[in-house]
Every structure is written in structure tokens, then in C-alpha cells.
Ligand binder design. Sequence first.
Ligand SMILES: C[S@@+](CC[C@H](N)C(=O)[O-])C[C@H]1O[C@@H](n2cnc3c(N)ncnc32)[C@H](O)[C@@H]1O
Length: 188
Amino acid sequence: MNLEPAVKYSHTLLQPIIGHGNTVIDATVGNGNDTLFLANLVGPTGHVLGFDIQQQALDNTATQLTLTGLTRQVQLIHDGHEHLEQYLEPQQPISAALFNLGYLPGSNKTIITHADTTLKALNTCLKHLRRGGIVALVVYYGHPGGEQEKEAVLAYAKGMDQHQYQVLHYGFINQIHQPPFLLAIQKR
Ligand SMILES: C[S@@+](CC[C@H](N)C(=O)[O-])C[C@H]1O[C@@H](n2cnc3c(N)ncnc32)[C@H](O)[C@@H]1O
């Protein structure tokens, strides 16, 4: 067995905690890989709320969902994840949220996630997260602006109350080209 890259390991951690009928968040839809993964886990009775600020990304993902018969449980939202609160009921529990930070590969490299909006969205997710639920952030930071977001997210995660949350930091430390790492935050 090989150790899994951060993106793959985020799925490994989320898979056992998401069940049919759950509500989950894909905070950065991009090409929709995570959206499809989450849609399969929640099943036709569940809900995936997927956010992206790029219409093209949502259109590509909508096509993938149609081809795989997963449209029913996914709401694709052309809005920043910092406005997530507007799309959830006040007491609505979520069992997971997934962020892939950075830019969309093959697309405009200047359209990136930013520390302030990422942290705002993360806070909303944590507020709605059920006990035992996980927010996973795959942090890409090798692009201009990435280092600043990485530092902000790491500082926030390190400061979280250990009685309320377990925070895992997973990544390869001997690879060149700044491979992404994973932060997984579980509510106790
Ligand atoms: C690394 S990509 C996501 C990759 C995606 N999870 C996949 O499976 O292909 C980051 C995405 O975040 C989006 N993004 C940037 N700022 C955002 C924001 N404030 N709210 C929602 N999405 C945002 C970008 O448009 C980009 O598509």
C-alpha cells in the first residue's frame, strides 16, 4: 500500500463519515471531481451544495453530473463560498465540507482562493458541522498568493480549541514543487 496524496486522502477520511441523505459542502467545485465524489456518498436523498465563482467550472461540472446521473442531489451555486450562510437553514447540520484551495488547473491562474474568504467560509462550515463531522482543506500554495493563504489557514487551525476539535495535518515533507497538504478538522 502506498501512502496517499493529500487529495486522495481527503476522500479516504470523508468516505466513512458521509451517508445517504446527508448534507455536505463542496466549497470549491472546480472541475467537479470532489462534487461527484460527494454526490455519490450522499445518494439521491442527500444534498451537495457546490460553490464556485467561475461559471465555466460549474458548467463543466453540470455536464459531468448529467453524464453520471447525479444531478438530483447537487445544487451548483455561482457564488463565493464566503456567502455560504445564505444557502443553509440556521440550524441545518452538515456532516462534511471539502475545500481545494488555490487555482483551477488548466484555467486562469490568477483566480485563486484567498485567506479572508476561505476563513469566513470555514467558520460557517464549522458552525453547521455535526459532531464527528469533518471539514477537509487541501491546501495548494505554490502559486503567487498561495503562501499567504497557507500561513493564515495554518495559524487558524493551530489555534483551534483541542477540546472542541481534532486537527490533522497530513502531507509529504520531502517532495519538491510544494505538493499540497491536507488539514482535516473534526468536531468532537
Ligand atoms: C483548486 S480549484 C478546485 C478543484 C476542484 N475541487 C476539482 O475537483 O476540480 C479551486 C477553485 O476555487 C474556486 N474559487 C476561488 N475563490 C472562490 C470563492 N471565494 N468561492 C468559491 N470558489 C472559489 C476557483 O474558481 C477554482 O475553481
